[in-house]
Write a protein that binds this ligand. Structure first.
Ligand code: NAP
Length: 263
């Protein structure tokens, strides 16, 4: 299927690895030019170079910046050769907050989580959607978490911040100034995906519990309906479809990509 988005410009946060990388790759393979953002320049430059080989016809721009800061967002909006704020597609994504016990989280921990996982996507939306509406096409996809629908106790910071974003999107996406101008905003809720973050989470949990990481992985797989973890590539393809011309009537939704894990 031709997704009809060849030549458009996308911004993808957290794009050097994992789910963001999957989205950047799927969009680039559809002929979309992509500004890819991550903090670590080395991994980012490598990902951009690798993807450029797979998708030689598109423009890929790596911006090494912290997307959760004002300065980082200013850098990506002024990237040489990029579209400024005139993105057609925005995929919001950054690292998730740490797990823990809510008794140990002070105001600063909460502000950091809300800043990264609620206010950053809102700032990116604020900067881009009116331009999309003026041009008559726009797609925003927020990478959140299946924990929004199936909250986990130790992920309180993530549950709280991402639920706030979900509420904001539920209202804003239905504004006639956006929905009526072919601009959609949706959330994609990953379940358990094979990424660097997942591997480090298992390693840390295994150390805490004094068990082997392989054992924990096997136990988790057995508890999953699909008996496997998701792959960033398939997450990316789902994202690219939501960004396509064919998905204009999917709006304001929180869509699980979790192998049937969450209700
Ligand atoms: P990952 O493999 O660790 O990749 C994260 C990417 O984001 C990297 O490119 C990282 O590069 C970049 N990044 C992190 N913080 C950033 C920041 N402040 N500014 C710019 N780039 C930043 O993580 P992932 O598994 O793809 O997870 C992506 C998101 O989905 C996270 O919010 C995570 O909580 C959520 N999620 C993931 C899963 C899963 O199973 N993987 C499940 C539910 C929710 P740098 O570190 O170099 O910046």
């Amino acid at each position: 299927m031709d997704l009809g988005i060849k030549g458009k410009w996308a911004l993808v946060g957290g794009a050097s690895k994992g789910l963001g990388w999957g989205c950047a790759r799927a969009l680039a393979l559809e002929g979309v030019n992509v500004v890819m953002v991550a903090r670590g320049a080395e991994a980012l430059n490598q990902s951009v170079a690798d993807l450029q080989k797979e998708a030689p016809g598109v423009t890929l721009i790596g911006v090494a910046a912290d997307i959760t800061t004002e300065a980082g967002r200013a850098a990506l909006f002024s990237a040489p050769g990029g579209p400024g704020k005139d993105f057609d597609i925005v995929v919001t994504n950054a690292g998730g907050p740490p797990p823990g016990d809510f008794r140990n989280w002070d105001r600063e921990a909460w502000i950091k989580a809300v800043d990264a996982n609620m206010l950053t996507p809102i700032e990116l939306i604020r900067a881009t959607v009116d331009g999309m509406a003026a041009r008559g096409f726009g797609r925003v996809v927020n990478i959140t978490s299946s924990a929004v629908k199936s909250p986990i106790d130790i992920l309180g910071l993530s549950n709280g911040a991402r639920s706030g974003l979900t509420g904001f999107v539920a209202g804003t996406s239905r504004s006639s100034q956006l929905a009526g101008r072919n601009v959609t905003i949706n959330n994609l809720l990953p379940g358990t995906f094979e990424t660097a973050r997942l591997a480090s989470n298992f390693k840390a949990a295994a150390q805490r519990q004094g068990v082997d990481a392989e054992q924990l992985i096997e136990k988790r797989l057995a508890s999953r309906p699909a008996h496997r973890f998701g792959r960033p590539e398939e997450f990316g393809r789902t994202c690219a479809y939501l960004c396509s011309v064919h998905a204009g009537y999917i709006n304001g939704q929180s869509i699980g990509v979790d192998g049937g894990q969450a209700l």
